[in-house]
Design a protein around this ligand. Sequence first.
Ligand code: C2E
Ligand code: CA
Ligand code: CA
Length: 561
Amino acid sequence: MNTNLFLELGDDSPLNRIKTYFDALQNSADEYLFAMDVSTGQVMLSKNFVRDFNFPDAIVEDFATLLTPFVWHDDREILEDAIAQLDSATPGVEIFGEFRLLNRNGEYGWVTLRMTAGADEFGQPELVAGVIARMDLKLKADYVTGLLNRNAFYSDLRKELNSSPNARGAVIFVGLDNFQLISETYGYEFGDNALKQLAQDITNILPPDIRLYKLDNDMFAFYVSDVYPEEIEIIFSSIQLCMREIRNIEDTIFCTASGGAAFYPDDADDVINLTRYAEVALEFARQKGKDQVAFFDTEYYDRWRYDIGMQNLMQNSIARGCEDFFLCYQPQVDAKTGKLVGAEALLRWYDRDGSVVAPMQFIPLLERSRMIIPVGHWIIENAVKTAKRWHEFMPNFEISVNISLYQLEEQMFYDFVKDCIDRYQIDPRTLVFELTESNKVYDWDYVNKQFNAFHELGIKIAMDDFGMGYANLAFLKNFKCNQVKIDRFFVEDIVNSEYDRQIIKHVIMMCHAVGMEVVIEGVEDEATYIFLRDVCNADVIQGFYFGYPETEDVFVKRFEQ
Ligand code: C2E
Ligand code: CA
Ligand code: CA
């Protein structure tokens, strides 16, 4: 786990001195609080800040940069002005600004920002204390279900937990599964209807002394005192039992719900973290397949937090033109002659500490957050640029680029690729798109259309990781590819296993029979290579035996040999 994501406060930091007050304040306030050390620029954030904006940590250095993306674009100047005034702030004089800020529902709401600088013993500004207050915070009811909302939940929970030093209990979150999708498919009225019914049903099954609250989007929450995990499971099963068909005139769908629970005081001993952890547990239940309840788990939470931290860093890096990303190239050789014919572009990313992160660690994250779209453009641009340079040495040199199916769903992608090819004036037949697996494709028809359009442009299409996941015979039947890349899994054991040798031989024969070129990945030794060359008639080989992925500077030396 990378610990460099989280900044530490120095012992002599004035932030350390006020930390106790800060903690006390943040536990009793609904506003976003922050305090800035003027000399270092370090900013301490309240927990709700970290939670609502997924900031990497409670201590950050680039507060304004982190916050700006959440501010309505027309209002960003107001924030900038306020921050700029800090440079010449007079201690005790308030700096004030009003702007629109994104809330947890993905809507912009008006907030007021107030900051005041405190002076050190020489009268110079030392600490700035700041508050951001949402103007709608005084509203306490959810307008769809009529239940009390998040603000009410927080203040009631705070009272409950403070009621006795021995208070114990659990916060339980319940969320309607696929709410977003249901609303998008059947309309928002339908979605609201589902929420209303669920609100009614849960209220009916909860004991009368337990109050149900409606939080953002599709989430409900309640607090149960003196409860054991088994009892929560029972409560949740009765919620599952009351899930039912939701109807409108044309459609009837069956809804499911997921739940998450966090215990007080074992998991967290304050309102903000307790609710945050219950929400994390709900997320966990959904990742495990929905329609179930999960309990807060530190290991899962750490991983989740790490992902969020990484996601933030990547977002920043993308905003700066994909600054910390780079491509490596792995040689591909003609199986018959062993001569260099092409390369696969493989994405890498520099972490904050300068270490290189492998794609398996961040590609799923890029895909989930759709950041793969801007990064995908950057990959194409750079791979094409490199192809152009290398064509001076070898005009037919092929560069393969990994394309996740998500990218094909993007409307602008084709135009971007076409434009890149035109700008750099390269022969599209030297470009190969390797389709990598993605778990979710909503619109196969559209993907297929895109796919054919690239075909017509002259770009070669390769099916990556053949034999694994989506890349199977059925897929080959529907999508006409030029090339099949056979996964390392099928070759890693062929030296030892006659069975594996037979399989690979016949798979290659079959691909050849339907006119496809076969690239074998993950060839690590000579014996494997010779078998693939002499017995299987493989076309192209890629693997550590012929070369590791290398940076462009290193790779280019191969042309000079
Ligand atoms: P992949 O497309 O199957 O890429 C081949 C992976 O196998 C690379 O790992 C490569 O370093 C590794 N490899 C190549 N030869 C050998 C070998 O002889 N032995 C062994 N053990 N491994 C070998 P890498 O670079 O870590 O990439 C992992 C995966 O990440 C790729 O699998 C691909 O699915 C994805 N990926 C990489 N770059 C991109 C990209 O630019 N865009 C997208 N969407 N996915 C990418
Ligand atoms: Ca690949
Ligand atoms: Ca592969």
